[in-house]
Design a protein around this ligand. Structure first.
Ligand SMILES: NC(=O)C1=CN([C@@H]2O[C@H](COP(=O)(O)OP(=O)(O)OC[C@H]3O[C@@H](n4cnc5c(N)ncnc54)[C@H](OP(=O)(O)O)[C@@H]3O)[C@@H](O)[C@H]2O)C=CC1
Ligand SMILES: N[C@@H](CC(=O)OP(=O)(O)O)C(=O)O
Length: 361
């Protein structure tokens, strides 16, 4: 009988939470065990508590689970807890879970900047999880439960850092990045979310805190792990972001320009090949949710497009198109990622799969 781990989901009724439920429903390594949300939902069977907005139906394994409040004691039997909590409440709740000795993989922004918290996009910096390995081994040697938090990135950051990481692996440092995003409304969540009246026939050129996240998180994710297991920002890279909300349901599109530090510039074909060739650790480990290909380079002149390309490899892959020379920088291209899969719930699950494959859960 294969070993499975008990999984809890916090914020189970939200935009990200619903994606966790879908992606965990038939998972070979994880069993949906506990679902947490607010007092508005607690005490009800999940199917009654949730306003389900996914095209797939509610998985049978979730329908009758009774939603509980987000108290650590309710989740004591969980091997891993995925958090899709609203950032207004995630701070205190996730701290309680960590202090209770639980493993929390969080989509909320609250702990991303903590110097001892890994900020991980599993397609590009799973090496940052080595810090967790050391802590788990120490805790096991001491006979204690290793409570800790691992953070996912902001969803737009996730789409950006994968091609950047792939190109840096092949051609060395990137010194300058500009990115302009066109972000789907599911990124704003369901409560309250983006009002139809505001977004219909419109583009909103502002998403609170988003540009600062992209400009800072990118440098932590592409940065290094210091001797004392703290995370150092990549100080040699400058990122400039402009973020917009557009009338798309799912899928963040990003217009990216980059400048390499090297004076020995690659060709457009070299750049495209490096993106196609890129392989990440979750693929080599054989993680069940790993994309078949991390980055798909599309040759059509008008791709990627959110509605057509966001579900590539079940939303775990990144699509890149329009790779071409940039007269101001070196190259520019378009990136598309599924904001609630690889940009959120999917990344959390892939992190957990990586930890599981390494015997760390
Ligand atoms: N949407 C996206 O693409 C991405 C979102 N994120 C982040 O993930 C988190 C969740 O986002 P999203 O799913 O969009 O948000 P939603 O607003 O859709 O969902 C919020 C969830 O938090 C729960 N919640 C709210 N208040 C409380 C409380 N006091 N106690 C317990 N649970 C509570 C809600 O439960 P209830 O239904 O009972 O109110 C709901 O399940 C946020 O931090 C967001 O910034 C990160 C990456 C991408
Ligand atoms: N802010 C993103 C969603 C997200 O990633 O949020 P956060 O960085 O707070 O986890 C959006 O609105 O599309």
């Amino acid at each position: 009988m294969p070993v499975t781990k008990k999984a809890g989901v916090l914020g189970a009724t939200g935009s990200v939470g619903q994606k966790f439920i879908l992606l965990l429903a038939e998972h070979p390594d994880f069993e949906l065990y506990k679902l947490g949300a607010s007092v508005r939902s607690a005490g009800k069977p999940y199917a009654e508590a949730v306003k389900w907005r996914q095209t797939a139906t509610i998985p049978e394994s979730a329908r009758q689970l009774v939603v509980v409040g987000c108290k650590a004691s309710e989740f004591a039997d969980c091997d891993v807890v995925f958090s899709g909590l609203d950032s207004d409440v995630a701070g205190d709740i996730e701290k309680e879970f960590k202090e209770f000795g639980l493993v929390v993989i969080s989509n909320a922004k609250n702990y991303r900047r903590e110097p001892d918290v890994p900020l991980v996009v599993p397609l590009v910096n799973s090496s940052h999880l080595d810090v967790v390995a050391r802590r788990v081994k120490q805790a096991r040697a001491a006979g204690t439960k290793p409570g800790y938090i691992i953070c996912n990135s902001n969803c737009s950051t996730a789409g950006l850092v994968v091609p950047l990481g792939a190109l840096m692996a092949r051609f060395g440092d990137i010194s300058d990045v500009t990115v302009t995003t066109l972000q789907a409304i599911s990124g704003a969540g369901f409560s309250p979310g983006v009002l139809g009246f505001d977004i219909l026939d419109n583009v909103i050129p502002y998403i609170s805190g988003e540009e600062e996240k992209l400009e800072w998180e990118t440098k932590k994710i592409l940065g290094s792990v210091a001797e004392d297991d703290s995370f150092a920002l990549r100080s040699s890279m400058t990122v400039s972001a402009q973020c917009n909300r557009v009338a798309v349901s799912d899928g963040h599109l990003e217009c990216v320009s980059i400048k390499f530090a090297t004076t020995n510039k690659p060709s457009v074909e070299d750049v495209k090949q490096a993106l196609r060739d890129y392989i990440c650790e979750s693929q080599t480990l054989g993680c069940p949710s790993a994309p078949k290909q991390c980055i798909y380079v599309l040759d059509e002149v008008d791709r990627p497009q959110p509605r057509l390309d966001r579900n590539r490899d079940n939303g775990y892959a990144i699509s890149v198109g329009r790779v071409r020379e940039d007269p101001v920088f070196d190259f520019k291209f378009i990136v598309l990622s599924h904001n609630t899969v690889i940009g959120a719930a999917g990344s959390g699950i892939l992190i957990a799969e990586t930890l599981f494959k390494k015997g760390l859960l």
